[in-house]
Each structure stands twice: as C-alpha cells, then as structure tokens.
Design a protein around this ligand. Structure first.
Ligand code: TYM
Length: 331
C-alpha cells in the first residue's frame, strides 16, 4: 500500500481565532485530512514571544484545541499536539540555528512588524521562523497549508532544508506551500489593506469565531466598502479592497465562487449585500460556536487528545532527529 504524504501546520494559542484563521488555514486543514497524514501543532512556544500573560497558556491551548475540533479536525485521523510537549522541536531548532543566516532573518517582515507593534526586541522573535522550520522539517513534511502571511517563513524553511541537504545528503524533504487562491489573506474590516489579526486591539476590525450574532451585525454593518455610485459588487483588490474582502469571506463560508456571487449581487446595494453576509456568517458561526462549547467543557477529553498526539508526534520526530544527530556526528 502507498504511504500517505504528510501535511504539517501550526497555529498559535493566542486569543480568539478569527475568520481569517479559519479561511486561510483551518478550512484547508480539515479538507486535507481526507487525503494526507495530517500533523497539526498548537504552537505554544511561538506564542511565548508575544504573550503578555503566560500563565494562561494552558487554558489558551485548550481553547484553541476545542476550536480545531469544532472546525472539523478529527483527532482519530490527524495528530494534534502542543509544541512544548515534543522536545525534538527545540532540539532541531538549535541545529537549524547553525544553518540560518543573520541577514535572512533580518529580512523577515513579520519580525519587523511584530517587534514594532509589541515594542519588544526579544531574540526569540528574531529566531521565530527557525523554530517554524524545525516544526515542519521534523516530520518529513510534504505540504504546509498556511495563510499568505507565512509564505516568507516557509521560503526560509525550504532554503534551510536545501542548505542542509547540500552538505549532508537528502535528509529533509523540501516542503511545498499550500495557499488558498481566494482567502489566503482576509483583511481588517476597517482597513482592508491590513491583515485581519487576532491581536488587533480594535475588536471591530476582526470577526472572531466566537462572536455572537449582535457583534456580527455591528461589525459587518460598519465594515468599510467604498463610495462608488452606483454601488458595484465586484472583485477588484486594487480599486475595491473592502468589497473584495467581503466577497472573499462570503465565498469561503458559503462555498460559492466569487464569479457566482458577483452575478448574484449585480445591481444590488451594499446594504443588501451586507445583510446577506450577516445572515450567512451568523448561520455558520452559530453552528461552530455550539460545537466549540460542547468540546470545551470536557478538559479531560481535550488533555487526552494532546497526550496521545504528543506521544505519536514524539515517536515520529525522534526518527528523523536521530538521523540528523548521526549525520552531524553527535552520536
Ligand atoms: P498564526 O497563529 O498567526 O495563524 C495560524 C494560521 O492562520 C493563518 N492566518 C490567516 N489566513 C488568512 N487571513 C488572515 N487574516 C489570517 N490570519 C492568520 C496564518 O497564515 C496561519 O496559517 N507561525 C504560525 C504558527 C506556526 C506554524 C508552524 C505554521 C508555528 N509553526 C509551522 C505553519 C507551519 C503562526 O503564527 O500562525
């Protein structure tokens, strides 16, 4: 029997997940389970780089896990674990540190943005992409589903894998990036030139997966569009970024192509368009929220998933790490 290819991805357990996380990443994670061996990591070590209150990490991990389950990640099919429970990630991280170059990391746009926004200069934020590379490469990953903001990190991962392989032979698989055509970057509702981010201090800019109906009504009604007369519901990222962002959201949660939506809303007002989005978003989120609270109440069940997941992950990770240690003459 042919072995399934491996998919790996990660998410930080920082605060409420957004519709951007769902569309850009989690919806892909769910689909890929049908065809691949999927390994999904809750990146708690990454989250330490910007965490204000580290005491909540455990609860945040359980929140995130509950949402993954609510979205449709199946712990019987996929391996789900918390990064800090699998020490091989940090072990490989150190080794890859020895292959990454200062200039490469200095060019990372997320490093520049995050260190600026959080007013921090911790070294871990600088090293962040190398730990990501370790996460991915440790499992012989073939494909990595992510949103657009992670592309630069993934390119570094590919560079490090090739650099190591050039010296030590084919140790790492060089992973491919999987990105959604529409929805790889869901934008802020008030500023559609900026990514929708769970760390945004203005909660009206984001749609949280746990938002209630009333907030959705308020947020969508206040989402920026444009002042074209007559109103035009058309996908045009340059001239109509607000409308395009709303089309991306609607298209992904209703599984309808942008082209079909453009036809459906031809000649309609923005008010009508927004009412339609509110109805569908609320329908989608109500179902998700219900499942989330169902899973969230059973901490035993959640902790068992993490325990089981980390055991499986450790077993897999140690095989490649041993090989790497051997290549490097460390054992
Ligand atoms: P994080 O936690 O910021 O985001 C998790 C996933 O959600 C995607 N995403 C978005 N996609 C579309 N539109 C948006 N507005 C949006 N916001 C977030 C992200 O691209 C990501 O795919 N460093 C990673 C976590 C990580 C990881 C990894 C990912 C750790 N190790 C290994 C892949 C492989 C992060 O901070 O994601």
């Amino acid at each position: 029997m042919l072995q399934k290819l491996t998919v790996f991805s990660g998410i930080q357990p920082t605060g409420n997940l957004t519709i951007g996380n769902y569309i850009g990443a989690l919806s892909q994670w769910v689909m890929l389970q049908k065809q691949y061996l999927c390994i999904y990591c809750i990146a708690d070590l990454h989250s330490l780089t910007v965490m204000k209150n580290v005491q909540n990490v455990n609860q945040n991990i359980l929140d995130t896990l509950s949402m993954l389950l609510a979205c449709g990640i199946n712990p019987e099919k996929s391996i789900i674990f918390a990064q800090s429970n699998v020490p091989q990630h940090t072990q490989l991280n150190w080794i890859l540190n020895c292959f990454a170059k200062f200039g490469e990391l200095s060019r990372m746009t997320q490093f520049k943005e995050k260190s600026h926004c959080n007013n921090t200069n911790v070294v871990a934020l600088f090293n962040y992409p190398i730990l990501m590379a370790a996460d991915i490469l440790l499992y012989g990953t073939h494909k990595v589903p992510v949103g657009k903001d992670q592309i630069q990190h993934l390119e570094l991962t590919r560079t490090l894998a090739k650099r190591f392989n050039n010296i030590y032979g084919n140790v790492f698989i060089v992973p491919e990036i999987i990105i959604r055509h529409h929805g790889s970057c869901i934008m802020s509702l008030s500023n559609p030139t900026k990514k929708m981010s769970k760390s945004d201090i203005n909660i009206n800019n984001i749609i949280s997966l746990l938002d209630n109906n009333k907030s959705i009504i308020y947020k969508i009604q206040h989402a920026i569009t444009d002042s074209d007369t007559p109103p035009l519901i058309k996908y045009d990222l340059i001239n109509k970024p607000g409308i395009s962002n709303l089309l991306n959201i609607l298209s992904n949660i209703t599984n309808t192509s942008i082209l079909k939506l453009e036809k459906e809303f031809d000649g309609q007002t923005y008010h009508y368009f927004k009412e339609y989005i509110i109805e569908h978003l609320n329908y989608f989120l109500n179902k998700l929220r219900e499942k989330y609270y169902f899973y969230r109440q059973d901490e035993n069940y959640l902790n068992n998933i993490l325990l089981y997941g980390s055991e499986k992950a450790k077993a897999k990770a140690s095989v490649l790490l041993n090989k790497i240690y051997h290549k490097l003459g460390l054992q």
